[in-house]
Design a protein around this ligand. Sequence first.
Ligand SMILES: NC(=O)c1ccc[n+]([C@@H]2O[C@H](COP(=O)([O-])OP(=O)(O)OC[C@H]3O[C@@H](n4cnc5c(N)ncnc54)[C@H](O)[C@@H]3O)[C@@H](O)[C@H]2O)c1
Length: 341
Amino acid sequence: MSDGKRAESAGNGAAGPFTGKLAVVTGGGSGMGRELVRQLAAHGCSVAACDWHADTVAAAAAMARADAPPGVRVSGHGCDVSDEAQVLRFRDELLDAHGGDHVDLVFSNAGIGGAASFVKDSRQEWERTFAVDWWGVYYCARAFLPLLIASGDGVLVNTSSVNGFWGSLGPGVPNTAYSTAKFAVRGFSEALIEDLRVNAPQVRVAVVMPGHVGTDILVNTRRAHGLPAPEDLSDAKLAEARAGLTALGLLAKGAADDEVRQRAAELENGFRDKAPVSAAQAATIILEGVRSGAWRILIGEDAKLIDTAVRAKPEATYDYAELFSGITRARAAGTPEQSAP
Ligand SMILES: NC(=O)c1ccc[n+]([C@@H]2O[C@H](COP(=O)([O-])OP(=O)(O)OC[C@H]3O[C@@H](n4cnc5c(N)ncnc54)[C@H](O)[C@@H]3O)[C@@H](O)[C@H]2O)c1
């Protein structure tokens, strides 16, 4: 295995589990992907990051390089992971930029939301969401598995979601395109465990299931589907936003149009700023999970709580009052929630 231009080791401190390796990160221009790029580089790991916004991933790469030890290479590439030809071009570009014939880690992190309703939302939006969240992960696995095998010690890290084990976001809040894709990502990753053991033991797989993490995913999702900013909502979109915000309990019936716009903006900003876990904390949890050899990496107490609840009461998964009843009682009694469901 030739290392070409790749740094053999990097960092001023002791070598860690990522030192001198090469990681691929998709969706590296924002949120958890950007933090993975920064933290991997700071750990002495070279990174090839992609995003369909070439400017944001270039900025993330520059930021990561500034904090990285000498010898670490960080490259940013424009690539839409839902287009296989672009994924293959990204692979060829990064091999050229970093040298060598393998990659050690692949973080299939890029994702968007959208098309919550199979009934009401457009087929185009539904299939766009599914294409990014499922086909993006699939094309990256196809493109990079041979390079992970060539590493001799490769790790494929696919990002699913709590919507990979819960096909809803609670009462009145469906999430069909996203959940379908994230269940597929989880299923694919779990199915790969035995396949890799038998057929490619040089590689292992981990699946990341975040709960609420503070990122710009709502803003990026809106942009990905070409939807207007809250202040530019048309009458039709204003009515949709009104219905959605009312279902979430964030808007009183009969609220003025300006209040709808204001609540929509607050939702986007609040999702990022008021989350229980930051993007940087999430990236640290992911890297710690990879380092420890975990195959399932849950992020946040909400993810752990939902996971525990649906396993304990599978038939109550969509009967929310029943699903969380033990937890509600435990909260009221002040007893530990972990034992509640
Ligand atoms: N934030 C959360 O609460 C949360 C919860 C569960 C799962 N997730 C998942 O975590 C992952 C990261 O999300 P995030 O919250 O950091 O979001 P984010 O929007 O901050 O970052 C995602 C990045 O992926 C990029 N991207 C989207 N589609 C792409 C495509 N087709 N090709 C290349 N790049 C693309 C975006 O431009 C963005 O830079 C996603 O898979 C998301 O579904 C997030």
